[in-house]
Ligand binder design. Structure first.
Ligand SMILES: [Zn+2]
Length: 113
């Protein structure tokens, strides 16, 4: 489960940012996870509980914002919604898809006190 490593680095980055701002603790952490990022949000939420133990993030709330997958199709020159397994354009069947959105995996917001 590679979500454990991903969650660990998110927590590390968040803790560093929080301590740089002189935070006593982190209240909420908002992360953006694209549907095409190959990361299962539920698994991240599960690992989060274990990863925050003993850090500034202990007891904080994790908010996950999901970003839908979108790609530009060169075949029909439109932007289409895509899922992780989509390899052909759902509109015209072309394989000339270029992913534009949905591969995000980043820290969006940190609420501290
Ligand atoms: Zn198309």
């Amino acid at each position: 489960m590679h979500e454990l490593g991903i969650t660990q680095s998110l927590v590390e980055i968040a803790e560093r940012a929080a301590s740089e701002q002189g935070a006593q603790r982190v209240l909420t952490l908002t992360v953006e996870i694209g549907e095409l990022a190959g990361v299962v949000p539920d698994a991240v939420a599960f690992c989060f509980e274990a990863c925050v133990h003993g850090t500034l993030l202990e007891g904080s709330q994790l908010l996950i914002r999901s970003i839908p997958g979108r790609a530009h199709c060169a075949g029909c020159a439109t932007e289409v919604a895509v899922e992780p397994m989509t390899i052909a354009c759902p509109a015209c069947g072309s394989f000339a898809l270029e992913r534009r959105q949905g591969e995000e995996l980043r820290l969006l917001e940190l609420e501290i006190e």
